[in-house]
Design a protein around this ligand. Structure first.
Ligand code: HAS
Length: 566
């Protein structure tokens, strides 16, 4: 296989890390996580196809399967399982790559413990969904009650991810000990920041599951404080979306500069961005509960303001990524105001697929700001507008970036080549994804504004005149869903090839890590004083949450008995 036949081989680029190879023990651990995540995509996509076609009246489901069951499987397998496995695998890979080239033995042990806990938890939760005992959607709102084994399964998924995080911390701490007074490599820094955010937020959903939902679902206690459980869920739930987004940002900040043949624009700005996410991504969960009773409007408004603060690091990211691209394009000879755009490697799926995600993030982020505006939320809450928003964010921006990562990460791990044909297929895949999402998610925004509710099975609402206006939109949404399913089949085909069939490479396959622009300032030491930032983050969360949570407990209604609504 010559270099010309490949996209992902080293290509002789001048980067100190180019000849890197993983130790077998590390690549096995990373591959286990990534491989498991693909299985979740496979099942979750089938559930997605069935539910979108049922919702639009195209198909009728058999008696043993219902819409809400599919919706639960789709959300849990894609939003919770796929993301967590993929992210932990990707973070392990970059940490091993940039911190002395390997994981510590402790990290490997912690990584495997985490993997097995997550895998067992996923299997338990999935079985209870398939048996229709846990049709509670991925947000598992009380008082709908799932099987206790569903909650235990999700708790294991979360606790397993903590072990994964501890493994990464172990490798990072070893590196800091051996490199006193140095700033850590950007990838590792960002991985640590992402996992600090994750530990902080997921602790609270673990409290909800372990202390409220598991005892209640086993019948040990009769009633559950519903408002408190939802508040604990959203304490975690919004930071969860940044647990998905930040690994995509890591790719944009650290890996893509090398893919485009440029340099990382700044060594401090990305670090500051991630610190802002640690601070502001948690004390904002009330923007998911703006229409709920029991929480004072002052606290909701405070969290709306903090939500606007968490938009800032994304705007900083947009600026930094564009600057990186412009510098790269100009260094390749791009002239004039926009001549540099043409010089970017548009035919390389590792770039193209991620850029599709970036472009989609511009309207997706605007939709988020609409959601977060206190008054506008009255209009869009619980409508398909919100479903459209999260299909543009997690299911496009983040997912497309993860696809782009997989196109070089699997070859690095398996030694197989991302051939020209696979690269072409990946570009077709990204275009199909953008078309499918345009038809599905953009129309969801429109029909949401016309009042169509989310989380509902097919219904004509007795022929009500308003509901009739939604029907033709539903058809377009289903068409978009079918196109997306075809695109998922393509990506599964590419992954299968990269795992088992593509030709083996004779050369080392490049793990792209960008180098920082020589003119960039050295990052200020304060940015790596984690205890300080964790302290500020906890303080902000106490300010935003302590009094409302106290009130939810002290003025709690009697609580709710469990319900099985399906
Ligand atoms: Fe959201 C609901 C507000 C971002 C996911 N969101 C959801 C739900 C999910 C979700 C899953 O305030 C539904 C939960 C449920 O089931 O009920 N969201 C926001 C805001 C942001 C935001 C303010 N969300 C995300 C991200 C997600 C995600 C990211 C997943 C990954 N969201 C809300 C609110 C709700 C909500 C309310 C509740 C609604 C309700 O009533 O239920 C912000 O973080 C967005 C900031 C983003 C930007 C965009 C910056 C653009 C960039 C791209 C640059 C492009 C370049 C291209 C460089 C301001 C960085 C270069 C191109 C070349 C030319 C080469």
């Amino acid at each position: 296989m010559s270099t010309n036949d490949t996209i992902a081989e080293t290509g002789g680029r001048n980067n100190a890390f180019t000849d890197f190879r993983f130790e077998k023990k590390d690549s096995n651990l990373i591959l286990a996580h990534i491989g498991f995540s693909f299985f979740a995509v496979f099942l979750g996509a089938i559930a997605g196809l069935l539910q979108v076609t049922q919702r639009s009246g195209w198909i009728q489901l058999p008696n043993w399967l219902n819409y809400y069951q599919l919706l639960t499987a789709h959300g849990v397998l894609l939003a919770l399982v796929f993301t967590t496995f993929f992210i932990i695998g990707y973070l392990y890979s970059g940490v091993a790559r940039t911190l002395d080239g390997k994981l510590t033995p402790a990290a490997r042990i912690l990584g495997w413990i985490g993997f097995y806990l997550m895998a067992v938890g996923t299997v338990m939760a999935t079985i209870t969904i398939l048996t229709n005992d846990s049709t509670v959607l991925y947000t598992f709102y009380a008082p709908m009650k799932a099987s206790p084994w569903f909650y235990i399964g999700t708790a294991l998924l979360i606790v397993g991810s903590w072990f994964g995080a501890f493994g990464i911390f172990a490798t990072y701490i070893r590196w800091r000990k051996n490199h006193k007074n140095q700033s850590s490599p950007l990838f590792a820094y960002m991985a640590v920041a992402t996992l600090i955010l994750w530990l902080h937020a997921s602790l609270f959903v673990a409290i909800e599951v372990v202390f409220q939902l598991i005892p209640w679902s086993f019948g040990i206690v009769d009633r559950v404080n519903v408002s408190l459980s939802r508040t604990l869920f959203w304490y975690f739930g919004h930071a969860l979306v940044y647990f998905w987004l930040l690994p995509a940002y890591i790719y944009w900040y650290v890996n893509i500069p090398q893919v485009v043949g440029g340099k990382i624009f700044s060594n401090s700005l990305p670090r500051l961005t991630f610190i802002l996410f640690i601070l502001f991504s948690v004390p904002v969960g009330f923007h998911h509960q703006l229409n709920e009773p029991g929480i004072g409007s002052f606290w909701k408004f405070l969290q709306v303001i903090l939500t606007m603060m968490v938009v800032i690091p994304s705007l900083m990211t947009a600026f930094a990524i564009l600057a990186t691209f412009e510098l790269a394009g100009r260094s390749r000879g791009g002239k004039g105001l926009f001549g540099w755009v043409k010089k970017l490697p548009w035919k390389d799926a590792r770039f193209f697929t991620a850029v599709m995600g970036m472009i989609i993030f511009i309207p997706a982020g605007a939709g988020g700001i609409i959601n977060a505006s206190y008054q506008l939320n009255q209009m869009v809450h619980n409508t398909w507008f919100v479903t459209g928003h999260f299909h543009l964010t997690i299911a496009s921006t983040v997912l497309l970036t993860f696809f782009a990562i997989s196109y070089w990460l699997i070859p690095v791990l398996t030694g197989r080549v991302f051939t020209k044909q696979l690269n072409r297929l990946a570009i077709v895949q990204a275009v199909l994804w953008a078309i499918g999402m345009f038809l599905m998610a953009v129309i969801m925004h429109i029909v949401g504004l016309l009042g169509a509710p989310r989380r509902t099975s097919y219904s004509t609402y007795g022929g009500h005149e308003l509901a009739v206006t939604w029907l033709s939109y539903n058809q377009v949404i289903a068409l978009g869903g079918v196109i997306l399913f075809v695109a998922i089949v393509l990506v599964l085909y590419i992954w299968f090839n990269l795992l088992f069939l593509a030709p083996k490479s004779e050369k080392t396959i490049e793990y792209p890590i960008g180098v920082v622009n020589e003119q960039a300032e050295h990052p200020p030491r304060i940015l790596e004083r984690w205890s300080f930032w964790i302290g500020v983050s906890i303080a902000l969360s106490v300010i935003a949450y302590a009094i409302p949570i106290y009130q939810l407990i002290m003025h709690a209604p009697p609580g709710s008995l469990p319900y099985r609504t399906w």
